[in-house]
Design a protein around this ligand. Structure first.
Ligand SMILES: [Zn+2]
Length: 432
C-alpha cells in the first residue's frame, strides 16, 4: 500500500524527466534541483555530485504545478464529507499543487476569522489553499462582505457559489468593490425561477426519465446579465462551471467585444451527457446538470478557441446518506480532484488533439492569472511548484483508493490514459 503522505526534503533532484513549460519556452529533457521551495537549477545535472534526495523521472513529464480554482472542502461544518486536510490530500493525489476553496461551508467563509481558520487548517500541507470568500454575508444575497479586508487577508476571489448573486444591483456593487481590491467575482449562474427546482437537464432525456428538468437558459440568461454588468462597469467577472452552448456563445461574443469576462468548465461536462441520467444513478446528479451532446461539443470548441479559460473540477464531496436516495431527493455534486486530470488528458489530448501546452494554460496558468495567485515558471530561482505526469500510464479509476473522504463519482471503473505521477510544493514531494 503506497503512503498517502508526502515526504519533506531539503534538496531534491528530479532526474531524467521531460520539462514542458510554456512560460519559459521549454519542451526538453532536463534535470531539476529543488532547494526547499525554490528551483535552484534546470539543465543537465550530474547525480553523483548531488547529496540530497533523487527521484528518477525517466519517462515522466514535469510541468508547472496545476491549480484547481473551484473545489468544495466542506470544513467547517460538514467534516464527515471532507476536511481541509483530506481535500488537500485528494488534490495532491490528483496532481494539484494549489486549489481555491469555495465559501459555501457551514458557516460560510465571509469573515476574517473564517479565512484565518482556513489558513491554520491548511498550514504545512503540500497543496496550497487559496480561499474564495463569500460575496454576501452568510451567502444570503443581501449585504456585501468586507471585501477589502477579506482580500487583504488572502481571499483570491468572491463567490456565493452554490447560489447565484440574484440581485443585479448588488452584483454591480460586488463587481465594482471586488475590482477595486484587485479581485474578481465568480458567479454560479442560475436563474432559480427558470431552473424551477429541477434535477436534470431539460431535454428529451428528462421526458424519458420523468424528472423535473432545468433548461439550459436558466444558466445562460444569468451569464448574459453578468456580461452586461461587466461591460457597463468595466469590472472583471468569472463564470463558474459553464455547461451550455448558449453560455459559450455569449462569452465568445463578450470576449470579441473585449469585455473582462473569463470562464471555466468541468471535466464531467466534457465526457458525460444527460443520457447517463436515465440510469437514475445519483452520481450523475450535479448542478449545473449534465447537458446534451450539442452543449458538450460547444464546450470543447470553447476550450479550443480560448472562450473558456479554465478547467476546474467543482469537487463536491457528499456522504452516502446524501446520495443513496431517489434521484430527486439526492444532493447535487460529485467529487473530482482525483479524476480531473486523467479525464482531461484522456479526452482533450487523446480524443481532441489538445496539446499539453493548452492543458497547462487551462489547468495552471489561467486559473492563477484570474485569481491573481502569483504565476509560476520552471526556471532557476522561481518557486518550486511542479506536477509530474505519466502520460503513458493506463489506469482505472478506483474510488476506494481516493484520498478524499467521499466517493461520489460517476467515473469509478473508467479507464483513463495519462495522469499525475507526483507533485512537488512547499518543501515536500509526493510520488506514486
Ligand atoms: Zn456552483
Amino acid at each position: 500500500m503506497p503512503s498517502n503522505k508526502p515526504e519533506f526534503f531539503e534538496t531534491l533532484l528530479l532526474k531524467g524527466g521531460t520539462v514542458v513549460d510554456p512560460s519559459s519556452n521549454r519542451n526538453e529533457k532536463a534535470d531539476i534541483i529543488v532547494d526547499g521551495d525554490t528551483i535552484r537549477q534546470v539543465g543537465t545535472i550530474d547525480a553523483s555530485s548531488f547529496s540530497g534526495k533523487v527521484i528518477d523521472c525517466t519517462g515522466k513529464t514535469i510541468i508547472p504545478g496545476l491549480m484547481d480554482m473551484h473545489v468544495h472542502l466542506r470544513e467547517p461544518g460538514e467534516e464527515h464529507k471532507e476536511t481541509v486536510e483530506s481535500g488537500l490530500r485528494a488534490a495532491m493525489n490528483g496532481g494539484f499543487t494549489a486549489v481555491c476553496s469555495m465559501p459555501n461551508t457551514k458557516p460560510a467563509i465571509d469573515s476574517l476569522s473564517q479565512i484565518e481558520l482556513l489558513r491554520k487548517l491548511s498550514g504545512g500541507m503540500l497543496t496550497d489553499l487559496h480561499p474564495i470568500a463569500a460575496v454576501t454575508k452568510g451567502r444570503e444575497g443581501k449585504e456585501l462582505t468586507e471585501m477589502g479586508e477579506l482580500a487583504a487577508a488572502g481571499a483570491v476571489g468572491f463567490s456565493d457559489d452554490g447560489s447565484p448573486v440574484l440581485n443585479s444591483g448588488l452584483m454591480r456593487n460586488a463587481m465594482e468593490y471586488a475590482a477595486m481590491v484587485g479581485r474578481c467575482v465568480i458567479d454560479h449562474c442560475e436563474d432559480p425561477d427558470l431552473a424551477g427546482g429541477g434535477h436534470m437537464n431539460e431535454s428529451l432525456q428528462s421526458t424519458y426519465a420523468g424528472l423535473k428538468a432545468i433548461p439550459s437558459i436558466s444558466e445562460a440568461v444569468q451569464v448574459a446579465r453578468d456580461v452586461l454588468i461587466s461591460e457597463y462597469t468595466g469590472c472583471p467577472v468569472h463564470i463558474a462551471h459553464v455547461s451550455t452552448e448558449e453560455s459559450v456563445r455569449i462569452i465568445r461574443n463578450a470576449k470579441a467585444r473585449k469585455i473582462a469576462v473569463t470562464a471555466e468548465t468541468c471535466p464531467h461536462y466534457l465526457v458525460l451527457t444527460d443520457e447517463a441520467v436515465r440510469t437514475y444513478d445519483t452520481n450523475y446528479k450535479m448542478n449545473p446538470p449534465l447537458r446534451s451532446a450539442k452543449d458538450q461539443a460547444a464546450l470543447i470548441a470553447g476550450l479550443k478557441d480560448g472562450t473558456i479559460d479554465v478547467i476546474a473540477s467543482d469537487h463536491a464531496p457528499h456522504h452516502a446518506d446524501d446520495k443513496d436516495l431517489e434521484f430527486s431527493a439526492a444532493a447535487f455534486g460529485i467529487v473530482g480532484l482525483e479524476t480531473s486530470l486523467g479525464i482531461v488528458l484522456t479526452e482533450l489530448m487523446g480524443n481532441h488533439q489538445f496539446s499539453l501546452v493548452q492543458i497547462i494554460e487551462l489547468m495552471s496558468a489561467n486559473p492563477r492569472r484570474i485569481t491573481r495567485v502569483p504565476a509560476i515558471s520552471i526556471q532557476q530561482d522561481q518557486t518550486a511548484s511542479l506536477t509530474i505526469l505519466d502520460l503513458g500510464m493506463k489506469w482505472t479509476v478506483d474510488s476506494a483508493a481516493f484520498m478524499s473522504r467521499s466517493v461520489n463519482t460517476p467515473f469509478n471503473g473508467r479507464e483513463l490514459s495519462g495522469g499525475a505521477w507526483g507533485v512537488v510544493n512547499n518543501h515536500q514531494v509526493f510520488v506514486k
